[in-house]
Design a protein around this ligand. Structure first.
Ligand code: HEM
Length: 440
């Protein structure tokens, strides 16, 4: 054999080893079969199904839900244990990893924002964004957008609900974050809505206008923060839209889906909402706090089909422990939210939608006693979690007192929810969700 051929074979063997063979310092951790994973990626299996089919059986069986997952040449530890994950996410030595430098996402959201920075720069953004979200919940926007939604639903009929949720959540984000009404529900093809889908450049113009005329929105509050430059604010607005649009729309799709599938729970939630709202055609925060069953429906939805399957990966510079496992430095770790929400040891009948499980003692608005974490945990927990929860609870209440709904005959979702393929975005977004609405 000639030297070039030997060199080629050597390089191929080295490449194969690097790509497919588990590093010896991680070999002690239970791992998902590479072949099964390869097939899952090639067949475009949605992330949530991959977790149910491949991750959970291994985690349930090992009794110690820390597992190793091959992700196109990267070995990532997935934590499916709430307590171990919570401790790790609160430990500052686990540092959030940033996406590779050459991805398109940087062009979209810029480099100076809350989601894609670490250390001191992140702390500056986090302080400003968290403060900006501390205002009162955007109930007025929710009511306004719900009413616009009702003009589209009219007397009822069959609607592609996953499309409508994208429009209604865009309107609420626009109103609450920018103080700008996109009217995506009423005018789905307006220049701004079309423009938003192509590029987010128009944000700069809106923020310039905001500088002159501030309002009760998140951006006005951010503009008041002396630490942030105009570009910081612009990048944060883009990131809030990127992080907050699909996630909220996916959750709203799933919520309406489960209540369509389980009419008994829908009726129970409606009875509760009617008792509180009575003849009023509007809502306030206090009314929503008097609807614990509605809240339980939202939580059970997030447990069953959370918009976000897992957090972005973290890495530590020093050796770490995860439960009983030694983890070498520079190993990637992520908190597997969907896995944690379905672990057999934690959840009885984990695949059954049952909101009443959230009504036991310790319920109410403080859910700390339940091992769910739809918004992640620790330092990098979602800064808009309260905003998103009010949004879901508010739209649900408005819909309940105005409409009844069900799945369309022969729905692809009649057995289990069907999410779109989401590799790379890690999101659970129900696809082709046709819902029949009937005006009350
Ligand atoms: C149901 C809706 C939502 C879900 C399930 C959700 C989930 C999450 C999760 C799990 C994280 C943590 C990621 C990690 O630790 O790596 C996160 C972070 C984040 N979320 Fe949300 N989110 C939702 C809605 C929103 C909304 C409406 C906004 C904006 C208006 C938003 C903005 C963000 C931002 C900026 C971060 C990054 C925080 C940081 O890196 O410090 N999210 N979200």
């Amino acid at each position: 054999m000639t030297i070039p051929i030997l060199l080629l074979l050597g390089t191929l063997a080295w490449g194969f080893r690097k790509l497919f063979i588990v590093p010896s310092n991680l070999a002690h951790i239970p791992r998902v079969s590479i072949l099964s994973l390869l097939w899952s990626y090639i067949s475009k299996e949605p992330e949530s199904e991959r977790i149910q089919r491949l991750f959970l059986p291994l985690a349930n069986e090992s009794g110690h839900p820390i597992i190793l997952v091959w992700t196109f040449g990267l070995w990532i530890i997935h934590v499916l244990d709430f307590k171990i994950g919570e401790t790790a996410l609160r430990d500052r030595r686990w540092v959030r990893q940033l996406p590779p430098q050459d991805l398109l996402i940087w062009r979209l959201v810029g480099r100076s924002n809350l989601a894609f920075t670490i250390g001191e720069t992140w702390r500056k953004h986090s302080k400003a964004v968290t403060t900006a979200f501390q205002g009162p919940p955007p109930i007025e926007s929710i009511v306004r957008s719900s009413k616009e939604l009702f003009t589209v639903l009219g007397e009822g009929g069959t609607f592609k609900w996953n499309d409508l949720t994208l429009r209604v959540t865009l309107d609420i984000l626009g109103d609450a974050i920018l103080g700008h009404q996109f009217k995506a529900v009423l005018q789905p093809h307006s220049p701004f809505v079309n423009g938003y889908h192509d590029t987010m450049e128009s944000f700069g113009q809106l923020i310039r206008e905001k500088e002159k005329k501030k309002g009760p929105d998140v951006i006005s509050r951010m503009l008041e923060c002396e630490d942030l430059t105009f570009d910081d604010v612009l990048d944060n607005v883009s990131v809030l839209f990127v992080a907050g649009h699909d996630t909220a729309a996916g959750a709203l799709s799933s919520l309406i889906y489960y209540l369509a599938k389980y009419p008994t729970y829908q009726n129970q939630a409606r009875d509760e909402a009617k008792k509180v709202i009575q003849n009023s055609d509007t809502l306030d925060q206090e009314m929503l706090t008097k609807m614990p069953f509605g809240l339980a429906c939202v939580q059970e939805t997030m447990r069953m089909n959370n918009s976000s399957n897992f957090t972005l990966p973290r890495e530590a510079d020093t050796p770490m422990m995860l439960g009983k496992y030694h983890i070498p430095p520079k190993t990637m770790m992520c908190f597997n939210i969907s896995g944690i929400h379905h672990l057999e040891n934690t959840w009885r009948d984990h695949n059954t939608y049952n909101p009443t499980r959230f009504l036991s003692p310790g319920s109410g608005d403080d859910k700390s006693s339940f091992p769910i974490a739809p918004f992640g945990l620790g330092l990098r927990q979602c800064p808009a979690r309260h905003f998103a929860m009010w949004e879901l609870r508010g739209i649900l209440a408005m819909l309940l007192v105005n409409y009844r709904w069900r799945l369309v005959e022969g729905s692809i979702h009649s057995e289990v929810v069907q999410n779109g393929f989401s590799f790379g975005t890690n999101l659970n977004l129900p696809r082709d969700l046709d819902i029949v609405f009937e005006k009350l």
